[in-house]
Design a protein around this ligand. Structure first.
Ligand code: SF4
Length: 66
């Protein structure tokens, strides 16, 4: 099993919520910026998190092998 780690540069989040629409690991926090629920994800969660990564217009989500 491959383990991945997600990261976000929250300072640059535009709050458009695209990532939250694509992946349940992401939600809009009280400050209007996106946050992740789990930093470490498994194979089965990779695809939706990667979709959020490549769809974020600010390019601030990263999904990398842990
Ligand atoms: S898609 Fe990117 S810019 Fe939009 S809310 Fe998510 S992290 Fe922020």
């Amino acid at each position: 099993m491959t383990v991945y780690r997600v990261a976000i540069d929250r300072d640059r989040c535009m709050g458009d919520a695209i990532c939250t629409a694509l992946c349940s690991n992401w939600y809009m926090d009280r400050d209007g910026k996106a946050s992740y629920r789990q930093e470490t994800i498994s194979d089965s969660e990779y695809e939706s998190n990667h979709e959020a990564e490549i769809s974020c217009p600010a390019g601030i989500i990263e999904v990398r092998k842990a």
